[in-house]
Design a protein around this ligand. Structure first.
Ligand code: NAD
Length: 260
């Protein structure tokens, strides 16, 4: 479906990003992986994806808090693949604390990775897409781009920002064959969610089991976690030609959370 195309998926050494990278590789598209982790594990992941799907898979460990390394990564992907056709802004982190106890350095790093990095990847990747007259930008936002939860001020602010950025860029490139959309998942049981369970328990004065049943799944009428594969399926659709008229959309995949 995406044969001959190339994608960059930020934060793809784990969780949702890895699932999206795999789905995209399955469809015949070259992939640039990005994210942190143990070098040998990342290399095994890279080699395995390449072997399994017969596409080029490369890795760049650019830190998404650093604009210069982001620019270098986009340049490397463009040289390696002859351009980035599909940009998936997925890297993200979370911190859970009341606003008056929220460490300012955590605020800065969440805004940098979850929002500012998207500005830099988009501004460097768009010129190549414009030249080809085809492109896909897929921003992994969150249900928290649409609604808030207490104790997640930086994350909610960043994700609402991603929704605004998505709509704005979609309008700017609407006549150039480039679509720009945001996917807003509900809770997906990845390391990002696992890590916030103890802090949420502390902030709310409840047990970790209660966090899962009374906070996380309480938000979702289906009472099910969203899966990585379901989010990856939506990303793959947005990357396809069938989705050419879907742009500027803020798409929920949240078990009904934001319908309430
Ligand atoms: P995860 O922790 O499993 O993966 C995050 C990825 O980002 C990892 O590959 C990590 O190495 C990378 N990363 C972190 N800091 C980075 C940095 N400075 N530079 C480069 N890469 C960095 O998390 P996930 O749950 O898969 O989250 C992926 C995205 O999905 C995030 O944007 C998150 O906000 C969003 N999201 C997740 C959920 C959920 O419930 N898990 C729900 C809605 C939205």
């Amino acid at each position: 479906m995406l044969k001959g195309k190339s994608a960059l998926v930020t934060g793809s050494t784990s969780g949702i990003g890895l699932g999206i990278a795999e789905a995209i590789a399955t469809s015949g598209c070259n992939v640039m992986l990005n994210g942190f982790g143990e070098a040998a594990e990342i290399e095994a992941l890279r080699a395995n994806l390449e072997r399994k799907h017969g596409v080029k898979v490369r890795y760049d460990g650019a830190d998404m808090t650093k604009p210069a390394t982001i620019e270098a990564m986009i340049g490397a992907a463009a040289r390696e693949f002859g351009g980035i056709d599909i940009l998936v802004n997925n890297a993200g982190i979370q911190h859970v604390a009341p606003i008056d106890e929220f460490p300012p350095e955590k605020w800065d790093v969440i805004i940098a990775i979850n929002l500012v990095a998207c500005f830099h990847t988009i501004r460097h990747a768009l010129p190549g897409m414009k030249k080809k007259g085809w492109g896909r930008v897929i921003n992994i936002a969150s249900a928290h781009a649409l609604v808030a939860s207490p104790f997640k001020s930086a994350y909610v602010a960043a994700k609402h920002g991603v929704a605004g950025l998505t709509k704005t860029v979609a309008l700017e490139v609407a006549q150039q064959g480039i679509t720009v959309n945001a996917i807003c998942p509900g809770y997906v049981r990845t390391p990002l969610v696992e890590k916030q369970i103890p802090d949420t328990a502390k902030a709310r004065g409840i047990t970790e089991a209660q966090v899962v049943s009374d906070v996380l799944l309480a938000a979702q009428p289906t009472k099910q976690f969203v899966t990585v594969e379901q989010v990856a399926g939506l990303a793959l659709y947005l990357a396809s030609d069938a989705a050419a008229s879907v742009t500027g959309a803020i798409l929920s995949i949240d078990g009904g959370w934001t319908a309430q």
